[in-house]
Design a binder for this molecule. Structure first.
Ligand code: NDP
Length: 246
């Protein structure tokens, strides 16, 4: 029989990187966790195995967050698995570098499909599903403040996400559901390292006054704060967890 006394969190993109750290942190905080992934079933199963080794409950569910039918199925299967849903963290995201040229418009389309359309779909389904007291948290990025060349598609997508966070917080008036964002600075994951030379990594890492990359666990701590009992009065905000990279 499904135990419905335990709070449940769904984390998109939790097979690796920041999402994995969020899933493990929320499991440690007492949530049963739905570990969503796009293609890496093995890594998602490893996240679940680690949750279970630590005495928690988890389930790995595949879904492309940019696809409406997949997102609906994801939420249906999450409710089937654990009987309730309290926290939704839309973490899944993609970064492709491309200058703003006519040739590169497909990079914009692909990036928006996952980062912006995906955020819309997951946040919308969360708003339709969550009960009173629920929390919706979406991942943005502190790189918005930097306007680096070749980040146009990514920055456009995350600026859109920050817009959605604030609008949805207003749309949920009266439901006692908070909607917030976490905007990490550079964090040591595949998404950040991909395509960068050691020199580029070192130079970006040195930009924050704390002079290092963030770790996925440090972003997970910020998300857990917003998801937990101490984050209840924060609403419509984007928390910039970035060591001062701004
Ligand atoms: P990673 O590339 O390390 O991991 C990406 C995760 O998202 C994987 O679990 C992947 O699943 C999943 N994913 C990708 N596309 C989809 C999709 N269409 N549907 C479902 N899942 C998908 O990324 P990070 O951990 O670095 O980034 C996590 C979030 O943090 C992103 O939103 C990113 O923009 C944001 N961020 C990251 C920063 C950084 O420096 N790392 C800085 C600022 C923000 P699979 O393994 O199955 O492919």
């Amino acid at each position: 029989m499904t135990d419905t006394t335990q709070q449940v969190a769904l984390v998109t993109g939790a097979s690796r990187g920041i999402g994995r750290a969020i899933a493990l942190k929320l499991a440690g905080d007492g949530f049963a966790v739905v570990v969503n992934y796009a293609g890496n079933a093995e890594l998602a199963n490893q996240t679940v195995a680690e949750i279970e080794t630590n005495g928690g409950r988890g389930v790995a569910l595949q879904a492309d967050i940019g696809d409406s039918a997949s997102v609906i199925r994801l939420f249906d299967q999450a409710l089937e698995a654990f009987g309730r849903l309290d926290v939704v963290v839309n973490n899944a995201g993609t970064l492709q570098m491309a200058n703003i040229t006519t040739d590169n418009v497909e990079v914009l389309d692909r990036t928006l499909a996952t980062n912006l359309r995906g955020s819309w779909l997951v946040m919308a389904k969360a708003a339709e599903t969550l009960r009173e007291g629920g929390r919706i948290i979406a991942l943005s990025s502190s790189v918005l403040a930097k306007s680096f060349p070749a980040y146009g598609a990514y920055i456009a997508s995350k600026a859109g996400v920050e817009g959605l966070i604030k609008v949805l917080a207003n749309e949920l008036r009266g439901r006692n559901i908070t909607v917030n964002g976490v905007a990490p600075g550079p964090v040591a994951t595949e998404l950040f390292f991909e395509g960068k030379s050691d020199e580029q990594v070192a130079s970006i890492a040195a930009m924050a006054p704390l002079e290092r990359l963030g770790q996925p666990e440090e972003i997970a701590d910020a998300v857990a704060f917003l998801a937990g009992p101490q984050g209840g009065w924060i609403n419509g905000q984007v928390l910039r967890a970035n060591g001062g990279f701004s």
